[in-house]
Design a protein around this ligand. Structure first.
Ligand code: CTP
Length: 405
């Protein structure tokens, strides 16, 4: 593949050397375009040695070959890493003041951008608006990650690691899967209902199965909105950097409901994997409850709305709605019976049922499911890794969507 790597003026440029190395080792023809600022961090000699191709920052070299547009036209993929706040602004405005700018305007290849900057700059409304503009134009934004920054501070703004940028960028190009062009909304994790500023009612959901649902869909070409309630450390895995997955973090059931309603509005498939608290505390205390205030005898609860039922009621024509149910059945027949009852009660197209218990289901990387469809039929059964299970569910979704009305 002919890959252009744009490098702009941030200290993370030294990590891009490794990115270029990966791509070259992977067999790609890599052409590096550093900006004038970038070569203050890593020089042209390094880029030429690592990429094994000539490197220039100038639009005035190789004019006979129309170099200012030639690279962009030939590219199968353009990666910009690191992308500074200034670069994001230039890209959003369509500026063509240097070789990277002209290349970006001349290309019709997918563009993957890995921003890197201090947290304040990343969170500035100007940067937020520029990123939004680029996303709308189809640019894939990878990261930034949350972590230590150059000034000794820490926060979102650190460039995503080179291996992950390479994986994300290559995934964009291989986006010809059986879910290409399909938009999906997936929820994951466990909601938390506050009792007071330090306590909550939660559940043991790790968020892994929902993350794998999102990742499987994105790897098969879908554009994914992943609404994540509380998840275990690291549970989002590769989903957190996949260029076709946009993650929204939420806390309570009502925040999850609002985010899912919004994400579902233009989705072709909606999958509720999240473990939603059925009840919330009627009156959340402003201050930490203390035994000094007297013993707490009861905690008054009110029922949360059924988000899935709401999504089914408000579904758009042709939209497929899938629910998940974690059950503690007496045996397999009971599991199926519970699944059938729940599917009817929720009105979903498919209900994915799995057994959980004190030791099964939650923290594990494996899962065993049955999928109940219309007419109470078992349309799929799968066991294996959560990714394998996710792929089986998407196969079932495709089968439902492909069926004649
Ligand atoms: N769900 C939801 N809103 C709720 C509760 C559950 O959208 N308030 C969704 C879950 O995300 C899941 C499905 O409904 O996709 C089944 O969840 P489950 O907790 O098994 O459903 P409940 O209706 O709470 O059933 P039960 O009374 O058995 O707990």
């Amino acid at each position: 593949m002919f890959i252009v790597v744009g490098v702009t003026g941030g200290i993370a440029a030294y990590k891009t050397v490794q990115l270029v190395r990966f791509l070259v080792t992977d067999g790609h023809d890599v052409h590096v375009i550093p900006t004038a600022d970038a070569v203050r961090f890593v020089g042209i000699t390094t880029w030429e040695a690592i990429s094994r191709n000539p490197v220039t920052t100038s639009v005035h070299e190789d004019v006979a070959e129309v170099r200012h547009v030639a690279l962009g036209r030939r590219a199968d993929l353009v990666i910009v890493a690191p992308a500074t706040a200034h670069t994001l602004a230039s890209m959003a405005a369509g500026l063509a003041g240097d070789l990277l700018g002209t290349t970006l305007l001349a290309t019709s290849a997918p563009v993957v951008v890995a921003p890197a900057m201090h947290t304040e700059m990343w969170q500035h409304p100007a940067t937020t608006a520029n990123v939004e503009t680029l996303r709308r134009r189809g640019v894939h934004i990878v990261g930034p990650a949350d972590g230590p920054l150059t000034g000794g501070d820490s926060g979102p703004g650190r460039m995503t690691e080179p291996e992950q940028i390479a994986a994300a960028a290559l995934a964009v190009v291989s986006a010809g899967g059986d879910l290409a062009g399909v938009r999906v909304a997936v929820s994951t994790g466990g909601t938390r209902e506050p009792i007071d500023p330090v306590r909550y009612i939660g559940n043991r959901s790790s968020g892994r199965q929902g993350a794998e649902m999102a990742l499987a869909a994105a790897d098969r070409g879908a554009s994914v909105r992943l609404i994540a309630a509380h998840v275990d450390e690291g549970a989002l895995g590769a989903a957190s950097v996949h260029p076709r997955i946009e993650i929204t973090r939420v806390g309570t059931a009502s925040e999850l409901a609002a985010a899912m309603r919004e994400a579902a509005a233009d989705a072709d498939a909606v999958v509720m994997v999240a473990a939603v608290a059925d009840y919330r505390v009627a009156e959340v205390a402003d201050r930490k409850l203390s035994k000094e205030d007297g013993p707490l005898q009861t905690l008054a609860l009110v029922q949360n709305d059924d988000i899935l039922a709401g999504l089914v009621a408000g579904r758009s024509p042709g939209q497929t709605v899938v629910g998940f149910a974690a059950e503690t059945p007496a045996d397999d027949a009971d599991l199926l019976e519970r699944g059938r009852r729940k599917r009817r009660r929720k009105g979903v197209d498919l209900l994915v049922v799995n057994e959980v218990g004190w030791s099964a289901g939650f923290e594990s990387t494996d899962n065993r499911i049955i999928v109940v469809g219309d007419d109470d039929q078992v349309v799929a059964e799968a066991s294996g890794t959560k990714r394998e299970v996710a792929d089986a569910v998407w196969d079932a979704v495709l089968a439902v969507r492909g069926a004649p009305d």
